[in-house]
Ligand binder design. Structure first.
Ligand code: ZN
Ligand code: ZN
Length: 411
């Protein structure tokens, strides 16, 4: 991999992605494979004025052994210090920001007990909920970025030797993250302006619902939450710091109304959930709840996901992404939601982002529900956009507006 580009990537992640502010503590959650990138990010964070940088390492191989051999009782026993390790920083004067560096093996838990994995995940999410409120409400800056690992690269390029596969994945990541040209900060500024323009146009129409159709059989009407606003890429935290939660990002998204989703939708890309792949899935909604579902592979896992809690059968996000997005055009399936969700329109099972509703960040859970904002311990994006996706919007004054045709924006 090109070390000059790697440094630019790290600088971009720290200065634009998390946008570390002087005096803040940065927490990096990284897997061992990300060490070269993590080290550069630590350095870039101090250069940006970070007070301190804490790195929490994980190893996916160990995680798998633990998931396989540990008792469910022990794995679900999340001690209070884990939550405090975030809150202590979040509540301190300088504040905190958090960066997740992924190098996922999308099949790390393949073949293990899906129900157990799901319950362990839920126990952790439940224990960490007070911290999750900080990130879901953009009270702190947070960012997710990725670099290749051998297992991930081999899954994407099974025919290549490991080193070559890793190099190819690096090239793909640099490409779709707009690093290849050597000026990611400049390129992103122009790209973000375009997304903001689209979201402003969407908001000006004042849509009540959007309707998805495709030749694959998708026919889905999504009513929007009361007071919902279309958002794009950038978020702003409580202190007014602008950050980029996902690198890369191509989406314009909003919160659906939890009771107003009807019809059927077909998945267009495999979906990596809890270290296993769900392939060729479909779900049918009635009044906002999934009432029927299926998948060619790992259908039971999809069932586990939908059974996580009350809100997991509803959706908390609908996002529009054109088929011409660089992540789709590069023609690769990344087997990683961070990338694949930016290749296609998607919906997310589970919680909505309070920020996608006017005043939502200040609302209680009950108030959010009253606005139709779905609540859940999960937020799982699944890809449903196709090359021929057609989307129309129905405005509150009864006009029908073409939004997507042939998978592309036509606004
Ligand atoms: Zn999204
Ligand atoms: Zn999402």
């Amino acid at each position: 991999m090109n070390t000059a580009l790697l440094k630019k990537y790290a600088d971009f992640i720290i200065r634009v992605g998390v946008n570390v502010q002087p005096g803040q503590t940065l927490i990096i959650n990284g897997v061992l494979e990300t060490a070269p990138l993590t080290r550069l990010c630590v350095k870039a964070a101090f250069e940006a004025g970070a007070r301190d940088v804490r790195v929490d390492w994980a190893d996916e191989a160990c995680s798998r052994i633990r998931m396989e051999m540990g008792s469910e009782e022990a794995l679900c026993d999340v001690k209070p210090y884990v939550l405090r390790s975030y809150l202590d920083f979040a509540e301190s004067e300088g504040g905190v920001c958090v960066l997740h560096l992924l190098a996922d093996d999308p099949e790390v838990y393949a073949g293990l007990d899906a129900a157990k994995i799901n319950r362990v995940g839920l126990a952790r999410r439940t224990a960490l909920k007070p911290w999750r409120v900080y990130t879901m409400n953009d009270k702190v800056q947070w960012c997710i970025a990725a670099m290749p690992s051998e297992s991930w690269a081999k899954l994407i390029f099974p025919e290549l030797p490991a080193q070559e596969a890793i190099e190819k994945l690096w090239a793909a990541i640099f490409d779709v993250c707009r690093v290849t040209g050597g000026d990611p900060v400049g390129e992103w500024r122009a790209h973000l302006d375009k997304l903001v323009d689209l979201k402003d146009k969407m908001n000006a129409y004042d849509f009540e619902s959007v309707h998805f159709t495709s030749s694959n059989g998708t026919d889905l009407t999504i009513g929007l939450a009361d007071g919902a606003v279309w958002e794009s890429a950038c978020s702003t935290d409580d202190r007014g710091t602008v950050f980029l939660p996902n690198i890369p990002t191509e989406e314009v998204f909003i919160a659906p109304h939890k009771d107003k989703v009807n019809g059927i939708v077909y998945g267009t890309k495999p979906y990596a959930y809890n270290g296993q792949l769900i392939k060729d899935f479909w779900v049918r909604f009635e009044n906002g709840r999934v009432v029927e579902h299926g998948a060619a592979e790992n259908a039971a896992l999809l069932g586990e996901l939908l059974d996580t809690d009350e809100g997991a059968r509803g959706i908390g996000e609908v996002a529009l992404v054109p088929a011409s997005s660089p992540i789709n055009r590069i023609g690769l399936l990344f087997y990683n939601t961070l990338f694949d969700e930016n290749a296609a329109c998607h919906i997310a099972f589970g919680a909505s982002y309070p920020g996608t509703c006017v005043g939502g960040k200040e609302m209680t859970e009950e108030q959010l529900l009253a606005h139709g904002m779905n609540q859940s311990a999960i937020h799982e994006d699944v890809m449903v956009g196709a090359e021929d996706t057609c989307i129309t919007g129905l405005t509150r004054d009864g006009r029908t507006v073409q939004i997507f045709e042939g998978g592309e924006w036509v606004l």
